[in-house]
Design a protein around this ligand. Sequence first.
Ligand SMILES: Cc1cc2nc3c(=O)[nH]c(=O)nc-3n(C[C@H](O)[C@H](O)[C@H](O)COP(=O)(O)OP(=O)(O)OC[C@H]3O[C@@H](n4cnc5c(N)ncnc54)[C@H](O)[C@@H]3O)c2cc1C
Length: 468
Amino acid sequence: MPSVAIVGGGISGLATAYYLSRRGIGCTLIERRPRLGGVITTEVVDGCVIEGGPDSFLAAKPWAMRLIQDLGLAGEVIGSNDHLRVTYLWKGGRLVPLPDGLMLMVPTRIMPMITTRVVGWPTKIRMGLEYFRGRRAGHDADRSVAEFVEDHYGLEAVDYLAEPLLAGVYGGSPHRLAVGSVLNRFVDLEREYGSLTRGVLAERRKAAAPAAGAPLFQTLRDGLGRLVEAVERAIAPSTEVVHAETGAIVRDGDGFRVRFGGQWTLFSHVVLACRAYEAGELVRSVEPELGALLRSIPYSSSMTVALGYERSTFRHPLNGFGFLVPRRERGRMIACTWMGTKFENRVSPDRVVLRCFLGGSEDPRILDEPDESVVEIVRAELRTIMGVGEEPVFTRISRWPQSMAQYTVGHQKRLAEIEERAKAVPGIHLTGNAYYGIGIPDCVRMGKEVAERIAGSRPVTGTRASAR
Ligand SMILES: Cc1cc2nc3c(=O)[nH]c(=O)nc-3n(C[C@H](O)[C@H](O)[C@H](O)COP(=O)(O)OP(=O)(O)OC[C@H]3O[C@@H](n4cnc5c(N)ncnc54)[C@H](O)[C@@H]3O)c2cc1C
């Protein structure tokens, strides 16, 4: 029976512990914070579910849902209110709805694109002509998203579509993120069809019709913290959870000694389910080059600010899921979600909750601002953008320094080198949002794969899936 240490009690470490326990393998899960869940934190304030980190996951990626079903929580799953889904873009001093039929930055319907104010006529014409683009030889897959989108749709599509969408999801810049890692599906479509619009439409015709009413996002009615609690309960019989800092790892024969809680303990497998730069520090004495490669994966910092308001005096109609602010028009806020519209039952009937997203690779300094200034900044911008002058009845700020891995140009090459180097240290396993997908479903999938590898049911290879 292997002895396993997992460093990091976020969803990646928890999923690994869970799937190990399903195979009858116990482990020691070491988490430095006094609670499990990593960036997943849920608090109920005034009857409203406030997520400090992620608020949902993509329904199209099945791994989180499978874990939820295994844990017996399927009855608590709710889907996004897609019939109310309108996302606005702050442009030219007004909130402009993103046109219907837009798949990220790929237009698939004509009329909404003709009438939209999101982009001007030169871009609209360019987007229309892109439909006739043929396949082109010699494209380097490792381009930035900005180069890729500009090549297809022009600079305005980069600034007003790609930039705000990627800032909202990755806290990253399209000029640095690698299209082959964050939009690999579009790279495949380009290779096959030339035109992204033609590619999306052709794939849609080929695909089975989506299940009626299948939502875009799913979550748990009482918050994603329920998932953390349920995993914690499920692994309790087989897992020792230690709340301590993992300070160092050294080789010892075929295994590894791990220092935590003031002592060294021997394990045959160590799963590093922490951030890549933290994993890099821990493995530096075991395999220095692997350590250096891991430390070279950049991260961005982010912050969420939830503001609760009295509904009876709130004047904005909240007719959509919220808005994005492109960098060209940005103060400090990147995005804002109108929580009660996006999901049913998460905001009490007498409250309105706005959840704002700040920081990202372009504005890490916002995390250094004291709470009062953050609230002031956010309220001033909400006043300008939404006309919200009301006093919030509560505010909650969550700071996530260096938490969101950035799949920058060169990411795939870096991962190949990491995999190569990792072969020199069998028994050390890497999982987490730094590698093959940033969202919760991919973190669950990678944790499961590591557990299966340790259980010996799979060959030791990395598998890839598209990013969130
Ligand atoms: C603000 C925000 C919003 C997001 N929104 C969404 C969303 O809506 N949907 C979605 O799918 N994804 C979203 N994501 C991404 C997703 O939530 C994360 O990628 C995922 O939860 C990361 O999980 P993890 O376990 O890999 O890392 P983490 O949650 O960062 O956990 C790593 C853990 O390791 C611990 N640790 C590190 N070093 C040590 C050490 N030496 N010793 C002991 N413990 C250590 C840390 O304390 C931490 O708890 C969001 C992320 C953020 C930050």
